[in-house]
Design a protein around this ligand. Sequence first.
Ligand code: FES
Length: 225
Amino acid sequence: MSNYHVEPAHRPQALSTQALKALRREPVEGMSRRQLLRLSLGAGMLLWLTEVTAGTIGFIWPALRSGFGAKIRIGTLDDVKLANANLPIAEGFPAYFSEARAFVVLVDPSRQEFLPGEDRTGEGTALNVRALYQRCPHLGCKPNPCQRNFWLECPCHGSRFDRLGIKAAGAQFGPAPRSMDRFAIEVDASGALTIDTSRITLGPLPIAVGQPGIIPPKSPTGCID
Ligand code: FES
């Protein structure tokens, strides 16, 4: 037996340290791992920046285009009447303005005008007008004004509010825990109302029917069961 044997030509040979170093110095064809890593990092950063920018623009867009979240001019009481000619606005019935997501209500119908001034709490007595946020304080449905009793009634779970958004106390008047929320408002010298939909004040606690502070319904029955 002989110790002599022949290495096959196709068998891979181990690389020496020098050969490995030389290989590393050679330019890589295609994309190296380092380039791929940099590219992935760059793409990730770009994606993150795009998301942040889009989110910021989405957040401030309503204010930029004077939509909900900004100040919205409604106009004078005459403008409100004209826009709701089929409704008894002069008697204090709520007028709905979708662009402001608000009901506009004359506080004291014996005075047929909005009074100049500013009300950041939205209480509205001094300006003779109140702007109510359309969201029911229970779970957010939109109450509807009922012409039969002049109240606002929530179709979802039956909460009832007087025409100025005051919640009637008692389980029979629905589960909303408070009255409807109010927007800050201002009325200019010409009597034109502007609603600041970026500023909301929570409505007060419910009041029992018959007590001061809530307007009794015009009829014992309303528009919902
Ligand atoms: Fe209005 Fe429930 S959402 S009563």
